[in-house]
Design a protein around this ligand. Structure first.
Ligand SMILES: Nc1nc2c(ncn2[C@@H]2O[C@H](COP(=O)(O)OP(=O)(O)O)[C@@H](OP(=O)(O)OP(=O)(O)O)[C@H]2O)c(=O)[nH]1
Ligand SMILES: [Mn+2]
Length: 179
């Protein structure tokens, strides 16, 4: 793995994530799940101006452990400990109650590494954009509103990380009268 050049490593991340998420759809029940990790990495590169491949690859892999059978050992084996550390930081512990998981995201956001904050900001931005386009099946307007309110609390604990991404997030919060 270490011998791969940066673009090859990026392509491997894309392929690994696509393979792991291959059977999954987003909660709109029509979009292939992999679109989301691709969006998160693209937001970082194109909108956030991030060129650090470790961050972009971590973005591609960010939901593999949380939402598929992927283990951190596998990530470390294939992509090394730096990328694995970022993925670890942005992975929720799914054995916890949902309320506790949501609370911990707000808390952990503040003490996260800069790289993990970047991935988390882009993750929130893509999820909020998705929500604005088409809500997940079964989400009531109240549930949608709650997601915006919670996402803002997470984002508020990561301010000062990336001007462009925070500006995009703030436009969304302003439109929802949360800012
Ligand atoms: N807006 C939106 N979200 C969808 C869709 N499909 C899947 N998701 C995922 O749903 C998660 C948010 O749903 P919740 O009910 O709040 O959380 P949960 O899945 O962890 O229980 C996000 O997970 P996450 O990536 O782990 O992010 P986050 O929970 O840290 O924000 C998001 O990626 C979709 O079509 N639209
Ligand atoms: Mn995600």
């Amino acid at each position: 793995m270490e011998t791969l050049h940066p673009t090859a490593k990026l392509m491997h991340g894309l392929q690994f994530a696509a393979s792991k998420h291959r059977t999954q759809l987003r909660k709109d029940n029509e979009t292939p799940y992999i679109n989301h990790p691709i969006n998160v990495a693209t937001i970082l590169a194109v909108e956030g101006g991030i060129s650090d491949e470790n961050v972009l690859i971590a973005a591609l892999l960010h939901d593999t452990v949380e939402d598929t059978d992927t283990t951190f050992e596998e990530i470390e084996q294939h992509f090394g400990e730096d990328i694995c550390a970022i993925v670890r930081e942005v992975t929720d512990d799914k054995t916890l109650e949902k309320q506790e998981r949501k609370r911990l995201q707000i808390e952990h956001a503040a003490s996260s590494s800069e790289n993990a904050k970047l991935v988390k900001l882009a993750d929130k931005l893509d999820n909020l954009r998705d929500l604005g386009r088409k809500a997940p099946i079964g989400w009531t307007p109240e549930r949608q509103e709650q997601y915006y309110v919670w996402a803002k609390k997470v984002v508020d604990n990561m301010r000062g990380t990336n001007v462009e991404l925070e500006r995009e997030l703030d436009e969304i919060f302003k439109a929802k009268k949360l800012l």
